[in-house]
Design a protein around this ligand. Structure first.
Ligand code: SF4
Length: 309
């Protein structure tokens, strides 16, 4: 089976676009795990100035947030749009291009696709439509990394910067929080393919914005510094300690789990320092570390026209 056939989230055949491999005929209205259709189901297209400096630059990035998600983490920080029971509105391709073009015309250099794992054909169609309109932004794939490695290989011609998470190396935790026991192996295989394509170097323009490369993100979860340390060791061992790592401390409990025994709080200074010590011990020397205080400020609200204002 060709990769095009597998990535049938937009083509009306059985969908195997992501590792869930539901084989749902999305165009015919069948529900897969992500409960997405075959259209351009997009929750927000907006300017975001709060990503890493090499991603947002001074002008911000035009982020295209897809609705729904193939992972469903119980603590999702974008829960308003990621739940597979939320209503998803479909946009026409011309509308998407118009919205992105408005920001690109103002000097924004990059378009970021956020949570595209279940929308790979849609992401490609947007990039191709932008190109047909004479727009060739830097394309950033901001993914949870629960992606097929062969899908990542198929994107070599359109993705400039990979911005994947590496969430877990603990299988039980991956199952409990994201319903994905095999997340560690799947995500590592996807990251190895990203690293094969981009290596450890980040190409930066004069404006400091990354034009090609790989940045691996990790969100520290409360009570699970050991998982975070294992994630860092996996990056160092499987990729390189020269990879750019973005360590995130912004976790806050979304309303649905405010009373959870250990997810119901932010991370402590002790947990933060423990993970930072491991980052240093492993020799990582490129990337970003969020201040612990960022847990007070990162609160997107997708009911607003710009969720980050
Ligand atoms: S993209 Fe959605 S329908 Fe397709 S395999 Fe993944 S979860 Fe299932």
């Amino acid at each position: 089976m060709s990769n095009d056939e597998r990535q049938s989230g937009g083509r009306g055949r059985e969908c195997e676009a992501c590792p869930r491999s539901c084989r749902a005929d999305r165009a015919a209205g069948a529900d897969g795990y992500c409960r997405s259709g075959a259209g351009l189901e997009i929750a927000s297209i907006c300017l975001h100035g709060g990503e890493e400096s090499a991603i947002s630059g001074k002008r911000g990035i035009c982020n295209i947030f897809f609705s729904h998600c193939n992972l469903q983490c119980v603590y999702c920080q974008n829960f308003q749009i990621s739940r597979n029971d939320s209503s998803a509105k479909s946009m026409r391709l011309e509308e998407v291009v118009r919205a992105a073009a408005r920001l690109l015309d103002e000097g924004v250099a990059s378009v970021g696709f956020v949570s595209p794992s279940h929308m790979i054909p849609q992401m490609r169609s947007i990039v191709e439509a932008l190109s047909a309109s004479g727009l060739r932004p830097i394309v950033v794939m901001n993914t949870n990394a629960y992606d097929r490695a062969d899908t990542i290989a198929s994107l070599e011609d359109i993705v400039d910067v990979y911005l994947p998470d590496l969430k877990y190396m603990d299988h039980s935790l991956a199952l409990e929080l994201s319903g994905a026991w095999n997340y560690p192996e799947v995500a590592l295989a996807a990251l190895r393919e990203m690293h094969r394509q981009k290596g450890s170097e980040l190409a930066l323009g004069d404006d400091g914005v990354a034009s090609s490369g790989l940045i691996v993100r990790h969100l520290i979860l409360p009570g699970h510094a050991e998982n975070s340390k294992a994630v860092l060791r996996a990056i160092a061992e499987e990729l390189s300690s020269s990879v750019h790592v973005s360590l995130m401390s912004q976790y806050y409990p979304p309303p649905g789990i405010a009373g959870h025994p250990w997810l119901g709080r932010t991370i402590t200074r002790g947990e933060y320092d423990e993970v930072l010590d491991e980052l240093e011990r492993l020799g990582f020397h490129r990337g970003w570390v969020q201040e612990l205080e960022s847990q007070e400020t990162y609160r997107p609200d997708f009911t607003k026209p710009n969720p980050f204002e």
